[in-house]
Design a protein around this ligand. Sequence first.
Ligand code: GUN
Ligand code: FE
Length: 427
Amino acid sequence: MLCLDHQGYIAQIISPQMKDYQLLIDAAKKADCLLELAADQVILPGFIDLHIHAPQWPNAGVALDQPLEQWLNAYTFPLEKRYQDPSFAKKVYANLVQELLAQGTTTALYFGSVHNLGNLELVKACYHYGQRGFVGKVVMDNPQQTPEDYRDLSTAQALRDTEDFIKTVQQLNQSESIPVTPVITPRFVPSCTTPTLAGLGYLARQYNLPIQSHCSESDWENDYAIQNYHQRDAEVLNHFGLLTDKAVMAHGTLLNEADLNLFQKRQVALAHCPISNVYFGNAVLPAKEILERKNKMGLGTDISGGFSPSLYQNIRQAVISSHQLHEGVDARIDPSTRGSSRKMLTMKNAFYLATVGGAQSLHVPAGVIQVGHYADLQIVRQNWQAFQAETPVMRFEKFMYHTTKANIDQVMVQGKLINLNQGVNDD
Ligand code: GUN
Ligand code: FE
């Protein structure tokens, strides 16, 4: 049982093993701060989605047979363009934020679109439905790599809109109990001009804000950086002040040893997006090795590069992909080059990424059930039958493989119970 304080922090953990258990329970009940569980319920930290494109939600599962560049140009940019209409944005974002909460995601680091009015609808959806949001106005102004009808028109406009967005969100936050954090968001190196990358690095420093981008996701992206800057994309981002201890870089499947050292030195976090990487990553991220070398890392759905809004599904895929890496992608190759068992993630590792890893990456006191941390929680019904004696580890593993949205009874963000039954168009 947990006792929560009025600011939404976990104030006390009361377990039946404690000497004064009944006294503590009675006192907590009296103080009206007790969170009680039914016999078949378990309580977990809420999940943290460290990389998701909110405007791509209507395309989740669409055109995943295309290479990244075609997928962006033919499917993704035309959809994102529609968010110039704030009413379309409002409808989609209300649905997405509620869906994520119902899936147990209490915090999300969102890419928006280029449009400030649309992005503000995402910010308002986070406030309204009670999610802890980090939201970035996407910046993409390179005429060679972005469509004419969906881009920032100049460096000046891109930077002005980014700054306006920051100021507006900071203003709106003043009347909210769970603030939304604005995030500096260059889409990725190819989509931005050089002065814009430099200007965004400057804004990140000026406002001391988180930064998000894509890094070393695809051969195409890497080749672009080499051709245009004679550097790898991680080095380009670093050059412009975009690799800080508040930066979260998505994918990273092609990061090399030097890049990972740079990430570690700068305390940059990696958002591992295991479902999306199967389609667009051009490689399997060696997640276990990256964890072992103590780089910061969390887990992202990457909607709609990934099809699933569920971090449970992404936890499973993180484990599955790490097994593929272990076996080697091509069974005909020399077995000695196939990898080693060191490369496999355990279910515990993957769960860590979706909770503690994400919380550390975003510097939020969440992701664990510990006194002094936010009560960002999910209460899940574990109602499947056991046919044999099960150890806690067995129960945990079965739980992680089998839990669906239907099992999630309650979700709480900063001590506030989320209404999981609101209508899609509820405002
Ligand atoms: N690289 C640049 N933009 C995107 C995007 O929207 N999705 C993915 N997966 N990679 C990108
Ligand atoms: Fe992405």
